[in-house]
Design a binder for this molecule. Structure first.
Ligand SMILES: *Cc1c(COP(=O)(O)O)cnc(C)c1O
Length: 386
């Protein structure tokens, strides 16, 4: 049989034979304490989790599905997407080390690097979001221990040549980490492209219903895996069985939701690009986008998240967002519902702010009919212009 597609693999783990009569989904076990039959079995490390912190059946099934999805040997769960960023940084950086990252990484990731790690002797350097591979590689010094990538970048969606950067890191003894949330661990095969650590906010597409906060970290490297396991154990971090169960349920339909939302997002992005009120749409799948070539080469799909640079200022953006009726005003993304946010203020935190012509809003396209979403944006643009 040829290798199974993602859609099939994410479902086939539920129908595997040989476990006796059972429900399709793992039981939802809630436990701090696990009881053993005898002291012998209590001390036997092969008889399964000994304490709730080890993670019970839903967490194990979720980790196995994520490792399978990303082609990893080791998968870890984190209590939020942000914790999935901070755990590898805590595990791999020591005082005196340096981390290099894009100026356009997720804001709280940047805050952790500068505030928390900075106070503990880890230095950081941020490259312009659209820097060339040569420029980024040129910033790796003998002190650089980690390159943290996020591609496409947050809010402005610049893409890095992650495969080239990962290989340059490997040649220099630098560990490459990718925040792979936009690709949902699905549309970009980070580990196959040589990235050491791939992480994502399962909060977004994997859970898919705006009701869970969780992150995942995967790797093929056993030394890195040990360091990750130590930090999670040392810090006492835990993911609730209910949340793991919901994330696993979301994962079964991830490829379908992801592809359908991307189809709608491209329709909306192409429509927006023709509008006189719009300067540019920041969305790598759009032909003509500066990152289109890298996206086409490396990605097999796209998130339904885009930046829209308006011709007008913040007041117009505010009227536009207030006039939308089908888009919720709210952070996060990857759920079934469309969302809109105003992002210009976030760009002020950058060392190298992009030169945009007008206000920046962000749209997340959900599972609604894209024709309805376009009609809603059209009426809102008209009302914002009044
Ligand atoms: C949302 C997000 C995170 C953090 O996820 P939370 O679960 O909200 O903590 C990290 N990285 C990226 C790129 C994100 O979009």
């Amino acid at each position: 049989m040829p290798p199974l597609s993602d859609r099939t693999r994410l479902i086939s783990s539920a129908t595997r034979r040989g476990k006796g009569r059972r429900p399709v989904n793992p039981p939802l076990e809630r436990a701090s304490t696990m009881l053993s039959d005898s002291l012998g079995s209590m001390l036997d490390p092969t008889s399964g989790p000994i304490y709730g912190l080890d993670g019970l059946s839903a967490a194990s099934a979720l980790k196995a599905a994520l490792a399978d999805l990303e082609g990893a040997d080791h998968a870890f769960l984190a209590p939020s997407g942000l914790a999935a960023v901070t755990i590898p940084l805590l595990a791999l950086l020591r005082p005196g080390d340096e981390v290099v990252a894009s100026d356009a990484i997720y804001g709280p990731s940047r805050r952790f690097i500068t505030r928390y790690l900075g106070a503990r002797g880890v230095t950081s350097r941020f490259h312009p979001a659209d820097a060339s591979t040569e420029t980024i590689v040129g910033m790796l010094s003998s002190r650089t221990r980690v390159l943290l990538m996020e591609s496409p970048a947050s809010l402005t969606f610049e893409m890095a040549d992650a495969p080239a950067l990962a290989h340059a890191c490997r040649d220099r003894g630098v560990i490459s980490i990718l925040d792979n949330t936009w690709a949902a661990g699905l549309a970009f095969r980070a580990l196959e492209h040589g990235v050491d650590v791939s992480l994502q906010a399962l909060t977004k597409y994997a859970s898919g219903h705006s009701d869970v906060l969780m992150g995942s970290i995967v790797t093929r490297d056993p030394t890195i895996a040990n360091a990750l396991a130590d930090v999670i154990e040392d810090m006492g971090w835990h993911v609730s069985p209910d949340d793991a169960w919901l994330a696993l349920r979301g994962l079964r339909t991830l490829p379908l939701r992801y592809a359908e939302q991307a189809r709608s997002a491209l329709t909306v992005a192409e429509w927006l690009q023709q509008r006189p009120e719009v300067t540019t749409v920041l969305y790598p799948p759009l032909p003509g986008s500066p990152s289109h070539a890298v996206w086409r080469r490396d990605f097999t799909g796209a998130a339904s998240l885009m930046g829209v640079v308006l011709k007008e200022d913040a007041a117009f953006a505010e009227r536009l967002l207030d006039a939308l009726t089908l888009f919720g005003l709210g952070y996060s993304w990857g759920g079934f519902e469309s969302l809109a946010t105003f992002e210009s203020p976030q760009l002020a935190f950058r060392q190298h702010p992009p030169m945009l012509q007008g206000a920046l809003i962000r749209l997340h396209i959900g599972l609604e009919d894209p024709a309805d979403l376009i009609a809603d944006i059209e009426q809102a643009l008209a009302r914002a212009a009044d």
